[in-house]
Design a protein around this ligand. Structure first.
Ligand code: GZL
Length: 327
């Protein structure tokens, strides 16, 4: 399956290459590049389609590219770093004007980013970042502060769980992914020193609903004292709800839940009282990404780091916010 996926991803990227408009022969990306007619071609490598957040993020990128008149060559890596690396190499071969991607994991990018740099093609990181010594390998990183998101979750836990013995099951995101590492760090820092709160189990559910359900089932079987869940995203929290209900317990009451993202299904569960608190992680990055791409291709300076605006929601706030949610 893996080999087939890699070929598929490359085929998709190469197929797009055949139809890419004007700019493929420019080759001067990053310093007033772009097609002779001013057109811009962006190669975008997306993590996959693992969650409601990712679906909303993909939609935002595709809609914003269309609005901006930017030719988008979009590749879905199906959660595999190798597929992202292959897609980036394919974008380089096609001489796109700019490459953007959300790195599925933090490490292992320097070599392919060096190839893009040597080809004179600027790279924009969006959503997730890379753990690299050399920040000249990308122009800017647009996305949330995941440590801050974990901290917000931990602060709510201290305020609401700190006065009674609380045994937390932590559902981690994809192993090695920036949001998983940072949300775990932020939460741990915030609860440090609150003796009543202990993380008694912590395992990856890979940001998926099925993963959240499977891990929660196993945790409940081996840790019957669990009375709280910290899920790194709504999809895993929704899977955990299914496992908690199957175990004959009431989510939001017998076992309280904190989650991250604030996608529609998560907000509905929050409004219904099955989740207790959600930290928002905004997926609507498309507009900012296209603005940054236009500036980068024109050779203009851009900030090295652009942090997205986001908030938090209680059950009451979810009931109010739901009718106007875009995703
Ligand atoms: C966060 C993003 C994470 C979401 C998950 O910016 O990378 O990946 O929190 C998604 O829902 O799968």
């Amino acid at each position: 399956m893996f080999k087939k996926t890699v070929v598929t991803a490359m085929a998709v990227a190469v197929a797009f290459g055949a139809t890419a408009c004007g700019s493929s022969d420019s080759g001067s990306g990053g310093s007033g590049g772009g097609g002779e007619d001013g057109s811009i071609t962006m190669g975008f490598s997306q993590v996959g389609a693992e969650s409601g957040w990712r679906t909303a993020n993909t939609q935002s990128i595709q809609d914003s590219a269309e609005e901006a008149g930017i030719e988008l060559q979009f590749s879905d890596a199906q959660g595999e770093q190798e597929n992202q690396i292959s897609a980036i190499r394919s974008f380089i071969q096609q001489r796109v004007d700019v490459i953007a991607f959300s790195p599925v994991v933090e490490t292992g990018w320097d070599s392919v980013l060096l190839e893009a740099q040597r080809a004179g093609i600027p790279v924009i990181l969006t959503d997730r970042s890379v753990d690299s010594e050399d920040d000249s390998l990308y122009e800017t990183f647009l996305g949330s502060d995941f440590v801050e998101e974990g901290k917000k979750a931990g602060e709510w836990a201290v305020e609401n769980w700190g006065s009674q013995p609380t045994y937390v099951a932590e559902l981690q995101g994809t192993t090695g992914a920036a949001p998983a590492l940072d949300r775990q760090e932020g939460f741990a820092d915030a609860i440090e020193g609150t003796d009543n709160i202990q993380v008694v189990a912590s395992q990856s559910g890979d940001f998926t609903r099925a993963g959240g359900r499977e891990v929660m089932e196993a945790m409940l079987n081996s840790n019957p004292q669990i009375n709280a869940v910290y899920a790194h995203n709504d999809d895993m929290a929704l899977g955990a709800i299914e496992a908690i209900e199957a175990a004959g317990k009431v989510p939001g009451k017998d076992i309280q839940i904190i989650s991250v993202d604030a996608v529609r299904d998560g907000m509905q569960a929050l409004a219904d009282g099955k989740i207790n608190f959600i930290v928002e992680c905004n997926p609507l990055l498309g507009g900012q990404l296209m603005d940054l791409a236009e500036k980068v291709v024109a050779g203009e300076d851009v900030p090295k780091r652009v942090v997205t605006e986001e908030t938090t929601f209680t059950q009451e706030q979810a009931i109010e916010a739901l009718p106007n949610r875009q995703y």
